[in-house]
Design a protein around this ligand. Structure first.
Ligand code: PAF
Length: 270
């Protein structure tokens, strides 16, 4: 496994490799990320993982400073997973960076409480694509809105890189794996599985009740555990508009703050 830490080196080294697959990450790698690396190895011939905690996608009062940074551990995991290249740039990557606006669906869901977040995401991912020029890039579907925004953004900007999604990987108790889970207090970690429990309940009853009944019931159940979702909603997975009861394909999406830790999760029904 080769570690690359600057743009020129990346361009020089990677020009001789084909069927390259990029897994962009912010590090603190867990089984969810490693499942994306596994998928990358099935999709192409050369696997590149980028590790960069991107300041552009954090708001002023968000957790940029507390975001877990575990580079040595991450490199060990990637080596064991059979990754070929790791790109871990310094903040120099932001020098003279051209900033981009994310498509309008970025204003929905997480965009309501994190107004510039997705602009920061598309800006850094575009920069990574320009430097690494991958044939494929894989993003986790836990961040479903991010996945959709990236797909739409790069289609609009005529990039050839094919964007793929990797399934959500869960802890045994159902909690979606996330680097932020490590920041939960023991008490909040105990109630966190309620998130997936309620998503599953909605999924299992989607044909028996109206969407608003399902949402109201879940909000009530959350309240009993002192959980107050930022959003809990049933949507059309392409437009992120409210879904109709007759829709066969829907996204059930949630964001919850437990203490200072913001968690998101979803279930996609096709
Ligand atoms: O999903 C993430 O970890 C980040 O948003 C990404 C795609 C690596 C961009 O910084």
């Amino acid at each position: 496994m080769e570690i690359i830490d600057n743009e020129n080196q990346a361009k020089e080294v990677l020009k001789d490799f084909n069927e390259t697959v990029l897994v962009p990450t912010m590090g603190n790698l867990h089984k969810g990320h490693l499942s994306l690396v596994k998928k990358a190895k099935q999709v192409g011939k050369t696997t590149i993982v980028s590790i960069y905690v991107n300041p552009l996608q954090f708001g002023v009062n968000e957790d940029l400073d507390n975001y877990p940074r575990t580079l040595n551990d991450d490199l060990l995991k990637l080596e064991q997973a059979g990754c070929d290249f790791v790109f871990c740039p310094s903040d120099n990557i932001l020098e003279n960076i051209q900033k981009y606006k994310a498509p309008d669906i970025s204003k929905k869901l997480c965009g309501k409480s994190r107004p510039k977040h997705f602009d920061g995401v598309v800006t850094i991912v575009r920069k990574l694509f320009e430097v690494l020029n991958p044939d494929y890039a894989i993003f986790g579907l836990k961040d479903y809105q991010q996945f959709l925004i990236i797909k739409k953004f790069f289609k609009k900007h005529n990039f050839q890189t094919k964007i793929l999604g990797g399934p959500i990987i869960r802890e045994d108790d159902g909690l979606a794996m996330s680097s932020r889970n490590n920041l939960l207090t023991p008490e909040d970690r105990k109630i966190a599985p309620k998130i997936y429990e309620q998503l599953t309940l909605i999924k299992n009853n989607i044909k028996n009740k109206t969407h608003s009944e399902l949402i109201i019931n879940s909000i009530e159940a959350f309240k009993e555990n002192n959980i107050f979702p930022e959003y809990l909603t049933i949507l059309n997975p392409e437009t992120l508009e409210d879904a109709n009861e007759s829709d066969s394909s829907v996204l059930i999406a949630i964001a919850v703050k437990l203490g200072n830790v913001r968690l998101i999760d979803n279930i996609l029904i096709n």
